[in-house]
Ligand binder design. Structure first.
Ligand code: PLP
Length: 404
């Protein structure tokens, strides 16, 4: 049996985490890769600001909260081991990623190197760029046990038309952890810009952007970081800023309009932002980053991964359940196929029993799912505030549903 023993010391912490998380009273929430339960502090930060907006006006409330807004940038920067000037806030991770991608003036015949497990919306974005601009999308080969082969990336980026490498650190549909630091070093040595999607990473794996060697890193608030929905962020490296990178559709937040025919991008990462903001969510994000730092990402991640290991062990022992996670390193996302069931139907049945998981389907990750020979399954993503008892509840419910 793997997993943390929930002895007195862990119990005390666990009780506190759960007390500070109102949703724990209602659900066995095992969908943290979808959207985690917000801690009370995050909820209150959002509500407080909305009440201020209603009370004194939206622009006035933002001015009043100026110092707290700056503190939110600092908290996010600390989370990524960088400076506030390198952080841009966005509506979500997809928007952050698209802003970064639009900074590259790609020409017909240019190449993007990516992986077979990059996020669905990134893959669609690459294909759209291929259709519109005639660029080529190259996917590096995987290792036999799953996960991208860094040597394949090294080979592909030797092509003189390779303009950038994009890698999703942890995909949406499985527990795979890609070797982003190794790839980052390869890109840095070759002088190729590197864009990382860390959406499923932030809050469960400590991030040091210097070690990742990335130019851009996109993430969102609502997943393992436990922030509110509807806000994300983009790390922009000093190298990218000094190169003069800015998004194609830069706006009045990101640039100054100096003359009728001229504009200048602002000096920091805010050049990747849009003017309008849900400031309540900015404050919620800041609070989530502080809360995560208080728990400790290493503590949170270790416990979440242990609970995921327990989940794989429990579910893998049930007849008709096939665990789908591959790769030399796996994280707090468990993917499984249940014989005879569509993932969405299981999700509904579990929800009736007060258990939250999510469905995975072929179109979320066509390459990976086809390789695994499956069309549909479930994704279970525990976090540190979950318990062994909740995993037991899930396993019992699945055993009761059986196979079809
Ligand atoms: C790996 C990965 N990248 C990006 C995203 C997109 O995040 P958002 O919905 O905040 O744009 C997701 C969302 O599930 C994801 O799992």
């Amino acid at each position: 049996m793997v997993g943390w023993e929930e002895g007195p010391a862990v119990d005390r912490q666990l009780r506190r985490w759960r007390r500070e998380t109102p949703g724990c009273a209602n659900r066995a929430h095992l969908n943290n890769a979808g959207a985690a339960l917000m801690p009370l502090a995050v909820l209150e930060a959002v509500q407080r600001h909305l009440r201020r907006e209603a009370g004194i006006g939206g622009y006035e409330a933002a001015d009043e909260a100026g110092a707290e807004i700056e503190a939110a940038y600092s908290a996010v920067a600390t989370l990524l081991t960088t400076a506030p000037a390198n952080i841009a806030l966005t509506e979500n991770a997809t928007a952050a990623f698209a802003q970064a991608m639009s900074a590259f003036a790609l020409q017909r015949g240019d190449m993007i190197v990516t992986t077979r497990n990059d996020y669905i919306s990134s893959q669609i974005l690459f294909l759209s760029m291929a259709t519109r601009y005639g660029i080529e999308v190259l996917r590096a080969a995987d290792l036999p046990d799953g996960g991208v082969d860094p040597d394949s990336v090294r080979q592909l980026i030797r092509h003189p038309r390779c303009r950038l490498v994009a890698v999703t650190w942890v995909p949406t549909n499985s527990g795979l952890v890609q070797p982003v630091e190794v790839i980052g070093k390869i890109c840095r040595e070759a002088g190729i810009p590197y864009v990382v999607d860390a959406c499923q990473v932030v809050g469960q794996i400590p991030i040091d952007v210097g070690r990742v060697h990335c130019d851009f890193l996109a993430a969102t608030a609502r997943k393992f970081l436990r922030g509110p929905r509807g806000i994300g962020f983009l790390y922009v490296s000093d190298a990218a800023l000094e190169r003069g990178d800015y998004p194609l559709f830069v706006d009045m937040r990101g640039a100054r309009w100096t003359d009728a025919d001229r504009f200048h991008p602002v000096s920091d990462a805010k050049r990747f932002e849009n003017w309008e903001f849900a400031y309540a969510l900015v404050l919620g994000l800041g609070e989530a980053a502080l809360y995560a730092a208080g728990v400790g990402i290493d503590v949170a991640g270790a416990r979440a991964r242990d609970l995921a290991a327990v989940t794989r062990e429990r579910l893998g022992a049930l007849p008709g359940i096939r665990i789908l996670d591959r790769g030399s390193e796996v994280c707090a996302i468990v993917s499984a196929e249940v014989a005879g069931w569509e993932g969405a139907d299981i999700v509904s049945r579990l929800r009736e029993r007060g258990i939250n998981v999510s469905a995975i389907q072929r179109e979320f990750a066509v390459i990976d799912m086809d390789e695994k020979g499956t069309r549909s399954g479930i994704r279970i993503s525990p976090h540190y505030y979950n318990t062994h008892a909740e995993i037991d509840r899930l396993a019992d419910a699945l055993a009761e549903l059986g196979t079809r």
